[in-house]
Ligand binder design. Structure first.
Ligand SMILES: C=CC1=C(C)c2cc3[nH]c(cc4nc(cc5[nH]c(cc1n2)c(C)c5CCC(=O)O)C(CCC(=O)O)=C4C)c(C)c3C=C
Ligand code: FE2
Length: 542
């Protein structure tokens, strides 16, 4: 799947200011404009294309601020040093950056340097201590891709985030306390980064691997600063979510797009490509199937025989409106992903029954169904299921929702429902087959950039299913593409260039589509809150 164009090593001019993160910590209320279908068409044309530079869309500054409003909970190290040290996996590379003179000298000589490859792993981030929990939750709820307010109420994003984070913090802290007082996500993601770096090296690709988290340290902005400071010329952006959702990869890519759109140096010096989702990679599918088989065949498992347990795929949910109104491909990708793993299991001789359900819902709106808790109850109480192996499917690392929600809450619920034989497949973490596959994905992507693929295989969702088709850039960039009809499922290796996107939401053909007003509990709360705020603001000081 490629056709040729040239791959010029990114030329480097002397670097401009390499620090942008501090300026991103605004506190302005968010305001996010709807994107046009025409912009969406331009964005979609990126699928399958390789590097596109110097073509950055004009951005709405308020959009940018709203997505980059966050708090970092303080910390002992200076922000500059923290950003560098937090984001760079290669400790050697990090320490050399602390000398500004050396950094500038390196920048000056960079024009003559070879290509320098970087891989940016995007993830959600998690609180490392119990004190981090509330500010982490604030950052999460302040994200318009997580709490999607109607346009008229977007000015309430920040106050609402404050209210929601404060009210959820105690429950959340309790959960984090039960798994040792913090999220292991950063440690595991750093380990994955180090393993990926080594795997790439063994494939002949020298690359630094950076970690950029959306809601906690090391923040995405910090990783980008380190990427600039290191003089990376070619960047592969790899969200650590196998399936695409507006709320996860979409949010991180949107933020990254904003960072690029504000930064001429990045646009000029860093050629980049995105791997939006990769659930259908044979290596990932095979490593998931292998882990499941291993768990049910474990000699000390709770099961009488490997073919006894029901295989219970539990994915993180998203609100139904993401899929049905905004066109999030998450559900379709999840279903396709499970089907592929089940096929692979059959190939390995595993024919157990399976089910897919969605966990971790938050708030009063309807989320993807069936819900994990309801399904466990139904299976145990009404269907006589006695043995179950839980498979966390939307995560590649252990974290709060595997260690607390699945291992504690759902296990207990299963027992109460009569499912007495329980097992849980571990998250992939640094599984060698998985890491090797990620490395292959990066290599494929770099090759795609070299080839500067003008058209590529793409999968287009039609109705409820996912079908394959092909397209060419001309058609997609023609401007008459209907944003409502194409939330594309992205094949890996089809590079997507952030700088070409009207928005990453436009990459999906989704994101900020105007939505019909619906009166629900959230809207009611928002309007009440607005009236309250307006009343308070209108009151004369005593
Ligand atoms: C595919 C993965 C994820 C999707 C989709 C997702 C959507 C989503 N999440 C929330 C709310 C919360 N998520 C929280 C933690 C959390 N979420 C994911 C992954 C997905 N989220 C991960 C990996 C983590 C854990 C990080 C860690 O600390 O280990 C939390 C905080 C924990 C808690 O209080 O329960 C919240 C809240 C929404 C609203 C949403 C979609 C709109
Ligand atoms: Fe979540």
């Amino acid at each position: 799947m490629s056709s040729a164009t040239t791959f010029a090593t990114a030329a480097s001019a002397p670097r401009a200011s390499s620090r942008t993160a501090a300026s991103s910590r605004g506190t302005e209320p968010p305001s996010v404009s709807p994107r046009s279908a025409a912009a969406a068409s331009g964005a979609s044309s990126l699928r399958g294309s390789g590097r596109r530079r110097h073509r950055c869309p004009t951005r709405n500054n308020l959009d940018v601020r709203s997505r980059r409003m966050r708090i970092d909970g303080g910390g002992a190290r200076s922000p500059e040093t923290t950003r560098r040290l937090d984001a760079v996996i290669d400790p050697g590379a990090a320490s050399t950056m602390d000398d500004d003179a050396a950094t500038d000298a390196r920048a000056d000589s960079r024009a003559h340097e070879e290509e320098k490859v970087g891989v940016l792993l995007l993830n959600l981030g998690g609180p490392e201590t119990l004190d981090d929990v509330q500010p982490f939750l604030y950052n999460l709820f302040a994200d318009p891709d997580i709490i999607r307010l109607p346009p008229a109420l977007r000015f309430l994003q920040s106050p609402l985030a404050t209210i929601l984070s404060n009210s959820r913090a105690p429950k959340s802290q309790e959960a984090y306390a039960s798994i040792g007082g913090g999220s292991p996500l950063r440690r595991i993601t750093d380990e994955q980064a180090a393993a990926l770096k080594a795997a790439l090296k063994s494939k002949g690709v020298g690359a630094d691997v950076y970690v950029g988290m959306r809601y906690w340290k090391p923040f995405t902005e910090d990783a980008v600063d380190a990427i600039k400071a290191d003089g990376v010329t070619t960047l592969v952006v790899l969200p650590l979510y196998p399936q695409f959702s507006i709320s996860t990869s979409g949010s991180s890519l949107r933020l990254l797009e904003d960072i690029f759109s504000e930064d001429a140096q990045l646009q000029r010096d860093v050629a980049h490509t995105v791997i939006p989702s990769w659930y259908d990679r044979p290596g990932y599918v095979a490593s998931m199937a292998k882990l499941i088989k291993k768990e049910i065949e474990r000699p000390d498992s709770a099961f009488d025989s490997p073919d006894e347990p029901l295989i219970f795929f539990s994915a993180h949910g998203v609100p139904v409106s993401y899929v049905e109104q905004a066109g999030d491909p998450y559900k379709a990708e999840m279903e396709d992903c499970v089907a592929r793993i089940v096929d692979e299991l059959k190939r390995l001789g595993v024919r157990n029954e399976h089910v897919l359900a969605y966990q971790s819902r938050v708030g009063p709106v309807e989320w993807l169904k069936p819900y994990t808790d309801d399904t466990i109850r139904e299976l145990g109480e009404k269907r006589g299921c006695k043995a179950m192996v839980a498979v966390p499917i939307s995560f590649v690392s252990e974290h709060i929702e595997t260690l607390e929600e699945i291992d504690m809450e759902y296990r207990e619920l299963a027992e109460e429902s009569g499912i007495t034989k329980w097992g849980r497949v571990p998250a992939l973490d640094t599984d060698p087959t998985f890491i090797a596959d990620l490395a292959d994905a990066v290599v494929d992507s770099l090759e795609g950039m070299k080839a500067d693929v003008p058209s590529a295989r793409a999968k287009k969702r039609s109705g409820s299913g996912v079908s394959s088709g092909s397209f060419d850039e001309g058609w997609l960039s023609s401007g008459d593409y209907d944003a409502t009809d194409l939330p594309p499922v992205m094949p890996i290796g089809a590079g997507v260039d952030i700088s070409d996107l009207g928005s990453v939401g436009d990459l999906l053909g989704v994101g900020f589509k105007p939505e019909p007003w619906k009166w629900g509990p959230l809207e009611f709360a928002m309007v009440t809150l607005s009236i309250l705020l307006i009343t308070i603001l209108a009151m004369d000081p005593p």
